[in-house]
Design a protein around this ligand. Structure first.
Ligand code: ADP
Length: 439
């Protein structure tokens, strides 16, 4: 027991004893004890009143003067209060500093609660997203950013990739949205103004498209003349004939390059989706098999395997071009005598169109970069096979437009599998179709 407690108990015992002793000569011992207890109670009531008065009316000031256990209690409460106030002040200052720095940021910062309602935002968010402090606090974010792409991005809870959209208040402003989940399911929404970057990217695309387009006519003229000269090869000296052969090969390469660049710019710029039709994978793969066999000239065994009855909703020309690119690559890189399998089957996430070969395969370190433009594993070999270096970039873009994904798996010496994964909403079940035909 503490020293102060003991003293307090002794005080009580002493008061009661003195009261009892004073009452004893008059045979009023119990009255004396009661008076002693009453005095003790009065003392405690007075201190209690002082405590209440202090906390209720002037808690910021020094505590009332007191001694003993009550004095210690007042002191401890005072110190605790003072500590709390200092912590509060420090927290408030930190919060203010965070708000000030977010306020100074050029990017929009919006804090959302666990329901997606607006809690706080900086002035950049007012400028970029049109949020109004007086009206919008507590509103759900999708009431203010209503673009369906944002609504589904917000609901998806998969925020690994940012979302690019125009500002809801200025069509000219391009914003990149990124959401971060934190705390108790709360979200932090950031929006960056990427208008300048977007314009530069647009300029780059236009430039590539224009240059490719402008190169087409001179190339056609060159090819025309070269064909004429090739027809007259017997009249020309042998050395010139060889030169014309090489010029023809190189102009053909340039033409392929220009065509692939134009196709890529078109895939990048227009949204797509207008010419989507039902595509039977069996028919698509049969066409690709025919073209690949023509390129292979009997050097490869090319088979088709259909393990799923569903069809795909997509652009026939684009998908044909993508799957042909994969099959032609297999013919060119797998080497003579290898087997190539074109397969349609159900797989995780939907259904897959696969092009599999048992050729040399690709070293794992190249796989992440394979779909980059002009990325080649073996530059000399790719040029010799007549590739433009844009084949897989085209495949990737075609698949992006079909909400599909390209998965590449390969090991050196063990062949390669290029898998195009189509999501469920791109698949049409056979039963659906018969129902539609009946209707
Ligand atoms: P390219 O026009 O050079 O074929 P692609 O973009 O189509 O360009 O392919 C990029 C590179 O990927 C190729 O240069 C080749 O090295 C490699 N590659 C593609 N398909 C295969 C395959 N089936 N087997 C081995 N390597 C391949």
């Amino acid at each position: 027991m503490g020293r102060l407690w003991k003293r307090e108990l002794w005080r009580l015992v002493a008061l009661v004893a003195i009261g009892g002793l004073l009452g004893w000569p008059f045979a009023l011992t119990s009255y004396g004890v009661i008076v002693g207890l009453a005095l003790c109670l009065a003392h405690h009531m007075r201190q209690l009143h002082a405590l209440y008065d202090w906390l209720a009316h002037r808690p910021q000031q020094e505590p009332p003067a007191s001694s003993g256990l009550w004095g210690e209690l007042f002191d401890r409460l005072y110190r605790y209060q003072k500590g709390q106030r200092t912590t509060q002040r420090r927290l408030r200052a930190t919060l203010q500093r965070i708000q000030e720095s977010s306020e100074a940021m050029r990017d929009s910062v919006v804090m959302l609660d666990r329901h997606g309602d607006l809690e706080w935002w900086n002035s950049a968010a007012e400028r970029m997203l049109g949020l109004k402090p007086a009206l919008d606090r507590g509103q759900h974010i999708t009431n203010l950013l209503r673009d369906p792409r944002f609504v589904s991005y917000f609901a998806s809870r998969d925020y690994r990739d940012p979302l690019t959209l125009t500002s809801p208040i200025d069509e000219q402003m391009v914003l990149q949205f990124q959401i971060t989940l934190y705390g108790d399911d709360e979200r932090l929404l950031m929006a960056r103004d990427i208008t300048r970057l977007h314009r530069l990217e647009q300029m780059r695309r236009d430039f590539v498209a224009n240059v490719s387009h402008e190169l087409r006519t001179p190339l056609t003229v060159l090819t025309g003349y070269l064909e004429t000269y090739a027809d007259m090869a017997s009249l020309l000296p042998e050395r010139l004939g060889r030169g014309i052969d090489q010029m023809q090969t190189q102009t053909l390469r340039m033409q392929n390059l220009v065509n692939d660049l134009l196709l890529l710019s078109r895939l990048e710029t227009d949204q797509g989706g207008e010419d989507d039709v039902r595509i039977e994978p069996a028919t698509l793969l049969a066409g690709v098999q025919r073209d690949a066999e023509a390129l292979s000239a009997g050097d490869h065994q090319i088979e088709i395997e259909i393990d799923d009855s569903r069809a795909v909703l997509g652009n026939e020309k684009e998908l044909h071009s993508a799957i042909s690119n994969l099959a032609f690559n297999a013919v060119r890189y797998a080497g003579p005598g290898s087997h190539i399998r074109l397969r349609w089957r159900a797989c995780q996430g939907g259904a897959c169109l696969e092009v599999e070969d048992d050729g040399e395969g690709i070293d794992a370190r190249h796989l992440p970069r394979l779909t980059e433009r002009f990325y080649r594993v073996d530059k000399g070999r790719s040029t010799a096979t007549g590739g433009t270096g844009l084949g897989l970039a085209i495949v990737k873009h075609v698949l992006l437009r079909h909400n599909a994904q390209l998965d590449i798996s390969s090991q050196l010496g063990q062949g390669a599998t290029f898998r195009c994964v189509f999501p469920h909403d791109r698949l049409i079940a056979a039963a659906d179709d018969s129902r539609r035909r009946q209707a």
